[in-house]
Design a protein around this ligand. Structure first.
Ligand code: SF4
Length: 335
């Protein structure tokens, strides 16, 4: 029986940026931004990619969108390889994968009316023309819960949350299958964040969209995502279904991130795990486990041998030597 391919498949993706220096401007080193990232997204699924700033999560989005070319690895969309397509063949890909950026203030052209911003992809991909355009834009305004008369206004006349709705309407316009939300709610106030997350969740149900939701905030993704992948210094260190990851995080880094997520129940207690030190430089990542310089459970083997991302049960994968040892049971549990 032939297997139906996932909507998106990312295999061992790497992106190394050369560092130039010296008198002749030669290559003096590499920034190891991504170092073998593997995951997949099914149709209609949300996968959240979380981690601290600089862990490489936005680079994953850019490599999928081909805003940068990967150094190595593969990206497949619906069973077709797309990372090696020549520029002339990228057009259909751009229609199927759209992006919503973090900053709703700079991602919309201030000189264009909302109607023209949303109509632009419809025209670019030849999806509507003439009188159809206004009808399509009006429908998209309804979809993102904005009043139709807002079409005639300019971006500066809207709040941050409303601008993000305009950005989402623009991403939906060409009929994308996958939307990459790159810190799409990070710049918004808490209550507005929740409204946009709810909107994305509704749209996913209504339209069967798949989302790659890139965020540094685990608390936000809990309400939206099906699965979570945790990144640290260019690698995925844990990936699991949302419920499994929040109830039973296996990697010490995931535990530390989760310990900072507020618990709505005032009677529940969650022991905060404070990580010491900064994220190491991706120019010279630590040997062995990349997290060993900050891990509260580090032991000798961690400094020399890199832990592989391996199955730890129920579809959960983690990259930690502790998972091979009974000592894991001694780790403090997130409440
Ligand atoms: Fe910590 Fe070692 Fe596990 Fe890395 S492999 S997360 S250093 S215990």
């Amino acid at each position: 029986m032939t297997r139906t391919p996932p909507l998106l498949e990312v295999n061992a993706l790497k992106k190394h940026f050369p560092l130039r220096g010296g008198l002749l401007g030669g290559i003096t080193g590499q920034v190891y931004a991504l170092d073998g990232v593997t995951f997949s997204i099914e149709k209609g699924e949300t996968l959240s990619l979380v981690g601290e700033s600089g862990c490489g999560k936005s680079t994953v989005g850019k490599a999928i969108l081909r805003l940068i070319d990967p150094t190595d690895g593969e990206v497949w969309l619906d069973g077709a390889r797309i990372d090696n397509l020549p520029a002339s063949q990228l057009r259909p890909l751009r229609r199927r994968i759209q992006v919503v950026f973090q900053d709703p203030f700079s991602s919309l052209n201030p000189r264009m009316r909302v109607r023209d911003i949303i109509a632009e992809p419809l025209r670019n991909f030849g999806l509507a023309g003439g009188g159809d355009v206004d009808d399509r834009v009006a429908t998209l305004m309804d979809t993102v819960r904005l009043p139709r008369d807002a079409m005639r206004r300019f971006p500066h006349e809207f709040s941050g949350g409303q601008r993000q709705r305009i950005g989402i309407a623009r991403a939906l316009a060409p009929g994308a299958d996958l939307i990459i939300c790159d810190e799409a709610v990070s710049a918004l106030d808490v209550s507005v964040k929740a409204q946009i997350v709810n909107l994305l969740s509704d749209l996913q149900d209504e339209l069967g969209l798949a989302l790659l939701f890139i965020s540094h905030d685990l608390a936000i993704v809990e309400h939206l995502t099906h699965r979570v992948a945790v990144m640290y210094l260019g690698k995925i260190v844990e990936i699991a279904e949302r419920r499994t990851l929040f109830a039973n995080p296996r990697h010490p880094y995931t535990r530390a991130l989760l310990s900072a997520v507020p618990v709505p129940d005032p009677t529940a207690r969650r022991d905060r795990i404070i990580l010491t030190g900064d994220v190491p430089s991706p120019i010279s990542p630590p040997s062995g486990c990349r997290f060993h310089t900050r891990c509260p459970y580090v032991f000798d083997r961690c400094r020399t041998e890199e832990p592989l991302l391996r199955d730890v049960g129920e579809g959960q994968k983690a990259a930690c030597h502790l998972d091979e040892l009974p000592a894991l049971r001694m780790l403090p549990q997130a409440a």
